[in-house]
Design a protein around this ligand. Sequence first.
Ligand code: MLT
Length: 413
Amino acid sequence: MVTINEHYLKLQAGYLFPEIARRVNEYSQSHPDANIIKMGIGDVTQPLPAAIITAMHAAIDEMASVETFRGYGPEQGHLFLRDTIRDHCFRNRGVDIESDEIFVSDGSKCDSGNLLDIFGNDNTVAVLDPVYPVYVDTNVMVGRTGKANSDGQYDGLVYLPVHAENDFQPELPSEPVDLIYLCYPNNPTGTVATREILQKWVDYARENRSIIFFDAAYEAFISDPEIPHSIYEVDGAQEVAIELRSFSKNAGFTGIRCAYTVVPKKLIGYEHDGSPQALHPIWNRRHCTKFNGVSYPVQRGAEAAYSPEGKQQIEELIRFYMNNARLLREGLTAAGLEVYGGQNAPYVWLKTPGNLSSWEFFDQLLRESQIVGTPGSGFGAAGEGYFRLSAFSDLENTEEAIRRIEASLASKT
Ligand code: MLT
């Protein structure tokens, strides 16, 4: 008799985004003419920058000739890309990361789940609440939690609530934790962490021999020069933090797939008898055993994101999405909503009007305004009463969504 991994049975109803898609499909089937504006999942809408397209075409052409054809590449990524990342993402900010500490992959979502392979199941995990659901679900899948309670919170996880009252900045855990997930700029709240806040977390991790998973997938959207783009800009972080980065949101790679994870050689984990072990060789072993590398044309495309033209085209893309974020922020504030985020991140996070629950507001917005957003409670119990709108949209749709929300709110006063 084949047995299953029963931890999967603890997972709460469908992953958030499929559940949203289910409700939207149901609505569109009964309203086939509805012009639905989708601002739910943070998926990019604009085409790839021209410099990236050119580089990928050239790489495909290389594959067409026996002299330049390439088969398997290094599992960790081609050196041309890892060196470029080292120089343009870290050395340019005074951070001394080596190319062989950078592992190129097919996505930060995959990386954040895969990293759990190299940590013991008896580690205590802390997440912010609300949080990107993948961090929680992947820990449930490997058996690091008990069952969920009626609020959807899992036994064994340490939840650090963030809300308007604490400025969306969590307290340090009151009990020692081993693995800490931080995401800045934050998904879903769109808020950022200052250098002082990051230093506080790094100091905590050093004192408690913990590891921080720092998800920086949205760093390119930071406009405030005082906000660090990498946790390694903070003293001591290379001893305690793994950083996840992605080409999805800045370069528009959600359908192309390329990301990277930085595992510094200074990172230490412990055997049960307390013996220290470097994490870098263990992750390298895992990565090379279970992954055969990102395709060559995609890595050439990612490299082109750092060429002078690529950089300029990506800056334009970021400006485009952040203009949507600004319009949403200003328009919805003017319409009387309490709005957060959207200044250094492509998400705005708003308080639902009239004390509606997050899913009630989701249904109302879909029914009355044909707009799809993401219910805050889908990111965790402390997200109840909040709602996320994504700036990854077209300008016309963003403006139209603001008009529709204004009209719907006005009709209720
Ligand atoms: C989101 O909408 O939160 C993101 O698109 C999810 C992701 O990047 O996987």
